[in-house]
Design a protein around this ligand. Structure first.
Ligand code: SF4
Length: 233
C-alpha cells in the first residue's frame, strides 16, 4: 500500500520540470456537451479501474513537457475550432504541479469555463491551494470520490488513506465558495451514508453523479487480477 502524498512527491519528480508539465495529448471530446481537453501525465492514486493507462502507470516513458502558455494555446485553438466554451485537463491528476496549474489558469480567458476534474487529494491536504483556486471566477471543480467510505477507497485505490482528504477537499471548496460537484465511483448499492455526510455539512443541494466504469480490456484484466471484477459487472 502507498500514501497518496508520498506518491505525489515521487510523481512530481517525473512529470514536472520547473513550470513545465508532461502532457501526452490534446483533443476535442464530447463530454459536457463538448470540451477542449489536454491529457496530462501522472497521478497520486492508482485506482484499479483507471482507464488512463500509461499516463498513470508509466509516467516516466509517457508524454512531453509543455509550458502553461503552450497548454492554454492548444486548448484555445481546439475550443475556437469546435465552438466550445469549456476546457479541462484530463488523463492524469491536474492538481499535481500546483505552480503549473495556477499559471495555466491565469492564461485561460474568462470567456471559457475551466472544469478542474480532480481526485481532490491535494485540495484536501492543503487549504491554501483551494484559496488560490478561489481567485479564478471561470472555474468549476469536479471531485471524483473513489469509494463511498475509507474502506472502499482503500480497496479501489490500493492506498493506505485518502478518503479523508477527499471529504476535506469538499469542505475547503465550500468554505472558499468555489463552484463544485461530486462524482462517485462505488460498487456499493446503497450510497445513503455517503450522501448523509454532505447533508450533515449543509451540502444537501450538491449534485452527486455516479460515474460509470467502462470495462476497457486493460481495465477488465486489472480488475480480474485484483479479484474485484464481479463488483463492476
Ligand atoms: S485518480 Fe483518476 S487518473 Fe488517477 S488513478 Fe484514479 S482514475 Fe486514474
Amino acid at each position: 500500500m502507498y500514501h497518496p502524498i508520498e506518491l505525489t512527491k515521487k510523481t512530481e519528480d517525473i512529470v514536472l520540470n520547473g513550470d513545465l508539465k508532461k502532457y501526452y495529448r490534446f483533443r476535442a471530446t464530447r463530454f459536457y456537451g463538448g470540451i477542449a481537453t489536454a491529457d496530462t501525465v501522472g497521478c497520486n492514486l492508482r485506482c484499479k479501474f483507471c482507464w488512463s493507462g500509461n499516463s498513470v502507470w508509466n509516467a516516466k516513458n509517457t508524454g512531453q513537457f509543455y509550458t502553461p502558455e503552450h497548454v492554454a494555446n492548444n486548448l484555445k485553438k481546439i475550443a475556437i475550432k469546435k465552438g466550445f466554451h469549456q476546457m479541462r485537463v484530463s488523463g492524469g491528476e491536474p492538481t499535481i504541479g500546483r505552480k503549473h496549474l495556477l499559471s495555466l489558469l491565469t492564461k485561460i480567458e474568462s470567456r471559457f469555463l475551466f472544469i478542474l476534474e480532480t481526485n481532490g487529494i491535494l485540495l484536501g491536504e492543503d487549504k491554501s491551494y483551494v484559496k488560490e483556486l478561489a481567485k479564478f471566477n471561470n472555474l468549476h471543480v469536479r471531485v471524483c470520490f473513489k469509494g463511498n467510505n475509507p474502506e472502499e477507497f482503500s480497496i479501489l485505490t490500493g492506498a493506505k488513506k485518502g478518503f479523508e482528504y477527499q471529504i476535506k477537499a469538499i469542505e475547503n471548496l465550500k468554505d472558499e465558495k468555489i463552484s463544485f460537484n461530486i462524482a462517485l465511483v462505488s460498487f456499493k448499492k446503497d450510497s445513503q451514508d455517503f450522501i448523509n455526510q454532505f447533508v450533515n455539512i449543509n451540502l444537501e443541494q450538491t449534485m452527486i453523479e455516479v460515474e460509470e466504469i467502462i470495462l476497457y480490456p486493460k481495465v477488465r484484466k486489472r480488475l480480474e487480477k485484483e479479484g474485484i471484477i464481479s463488483y463492476f459487472e
